[in-house]
Design a protein around this ligand. Structure first.
Ligand SMILES: Nc1ncnc2c1ncn2[C@@H]1O[C@H](COP(=O)(O)OP(=O)(O)OP(=O)(O)O)[C@@H](O)[C@H]1O
Length: 354
């Protein structure tokens, strides 16, 4: 089921929450919508679900218009499943009944599922590891188990599109990591397309086939996690996803000459966006620097702060007027002199999602 959003705008009174959003979601694709609070992520998700009507533009599912300023196909007539941040379980229903409900009540449930309801419920409960808890009530479940019920309920009637709104944000850090694996496994097994809203960049980088970074109701950049991470197109993406350093210097036809460096240059950057070339900056993730204490080939600096992280260190390096964040396994002390360089970048791999 391919989904297309064409020039979608949404106004709440005079406030424009979405401004001309264009997006195509392929069958089976896992798309993460990433962006700061208030950028329009939930509005976009609600639009896909059929809870919000666009002010202008249209949404097509399998080439059929399901939403425009003139009409709206309601949620129950779209083959979608939804998982919310607060689980939204029903206190009077046990686990089995939660999974049964959409099979019985969604108009779009395939008859093959309806006719073998008990088998489908047992299969779905097994898929999310809840077979042994089918008679439990919501108040008898842990946070992670509740979230699994919410996922089981969402996939029960075999939706073509699964919408997830910050589904892990109310779980603790350990459980979030486990549930990431569960969601990846559900995606592999069901092959539903997933649109996953989050403001947690590590979640988006870890799970998605494609990340849509939003800012102020617009798409700032769309690309694979590798593209977004290695080749941000704007300063906003560079800083929002993994906090890039913006090294100042001069761009020439031969490459980049950082301010204050005299040797080991230039840094090449064929894939660096024109945005940075026009602004005289070079975006470098903290872990993209190569840090050496016994070389002079590159950008010189002094260690201003050290944070031990177990496997590696986070350093603040003072280099002329700039302070740069660098992650490196090389042990150093405050005051040590270091040199920063950029190793040749590996090509970005295409990720397949079907
Ligand atoms: N029903 C509404 N009426 C008026 N304004 C709204 C309504 N729904 C959303 N907004 C506004 O639209 C903007 C986008 O909201 P949205 O909930 O989509 O953001 P978000 O990116 O999901 O934020 P968060 O991460 O905080 O949930 C916000 O400024 C919000 O206040």
């Amino acid at each position: 089921m391919s989904i297309q959003l064409n020039e979608i705008c949404k106004a709440f009174g005079r406030f424009q929450a979405l401004k001309s959003v264009n997006l195509t979601i392929a069958e089976g694709e896992f798309v993460a919508i990433l962006g700061p609070s208030g950028c329009g992520k939930t509005t976009l998700l609600r639009m896909l679900a059929g809870f919000e009507q666009p002010s202008s533009g249209e949404i097509r599912i399998q080439d059929k218009v399901v939403a425009s300023a003139h009409g709206l196909t309601p949620p129950e007539k779209r083959r979608i499943g939804m998982v919310f941040q607060n689980f939204a379980l029903w206190p009077h229903m046990n686990v089995y009944e939660h999974v049964q409900f959409p099979i019985r009540n969604h108009k779009e449930t395939p008859s093959s599922i309806r006719e073998h309801e008990d088998k489908r419920i047992k299969d779905v409960l097994e898929l999310v590891g809840l077979s042994h808890l089918s008679k439990r009530m919501p108040h008898e479940l842990s946070g992670g188990q509740k979230q699994r019920v919410a996922i089981a309920r969402a996939i029960a009637s075999e939706p073509s599109l699964l919408l997830m709104d910050e589904p892990l944000s109310s779980l603790d850090a350990m459980l979030r990591m486990d549930m990431r694996r569960e969601i990846q496994s559900v995606h592999r097994k069901t092959r539903s397309a997933i649109v996953y809203v989050t403001h947690d960049q590590s979640e988006a980088l870890a799970m998605a086939d494609r990340i849509i970074v939003m800012k102020d109701g617009q798409i700032e950049q769309a690309g694979t996690p590798e593209e977004i991470y290695l080749y941000p197109q704007t300063e906003f993406v560079a800083k929002f996803v993994s906090k890039s350093n913006l090294v100042h210097g001069q761009w020439t036809p031969n490459g980049f000459f950082p301010d204050g460096a005299e040797t080991g240059l230039p840094w090449t950057g064929e894939k660096i966006s024109p945005y940075f070339k026009e602004n005289g900056t070079y975006p470098v993730r903290p872990d993209q620097f190569e840090l050496a204490s016994d070389s002079t080939a590159g950008l010189q600096g002094t260690v201003a702060n050290v944070q031990f992280q177990g496997k590696e260190f986070i350093y603040d390096i003072q280099s002329g007027a700039q302070q740069l964040e660098v992650v490196s396994p090389v042990p150093l002390q405050i005051g040590d002199t270091v040199t920063l360089s950029i190793p040749l970048q590996k090509p970005v791999k295409e990720k397949s999602y079907v």
